[in-house]
Design a protein around this ligand. Structure first.
Ligand code: FES
Length: 109
């Protein structure tokens, strides 16, 4: 099992090793559009990885291509559907305005 921290919520999610970051978001009941069905094309699962880059699987060519087309991408950007958690210490920042589903999410900020 691995623990992934979701910021700015400060929430820790326990997931089985090799689970994708997308499954981590879904376990937290974040409503991700997943327009491409998790194929690394739509970027609706975009996140920033603040810590633990080496604890994720490497970017695929498809993920690199999709991120290169995004205006909000940073060096720390990953597509949650393409990144599997294989180590400890992963801290993910949800892009501002994305994935907040309830008033309690906002009040916890
Ligand atoms: Fe489409 Fe991740 S769900 S890129």
């Amino acid at each position: 099992m691995k623990i992934v921290v979701l910021e700015p919520l400060g929430e820790k999610v326990s997931i089985p090793t090799s689970t994708t970051l997308l499954d981590t978001l879904l376990a937290r009941r974040c409503e991700v559009a997943m327009a491409c069905g998790g194929q690394g094309i739509c970027a609706t699962c975009h996140v920033y990885v603040r810590e633990g880059h080496d604890s994720l699987t490497a970017q695929t060519d498809r993920e690199k291509r999709t991120l290169a087309l995004m205006s909000g991408a940073q060096a720390s950007s990953r597509l949650a559907c393409q990144a599997c958690v294989v180590g400890d210490g992963v801290v993910v920042e949800l892009p501002e305005g994305m994935y907040l589903q309830a008033a309690q999410d906002l009040t916890s900020l």
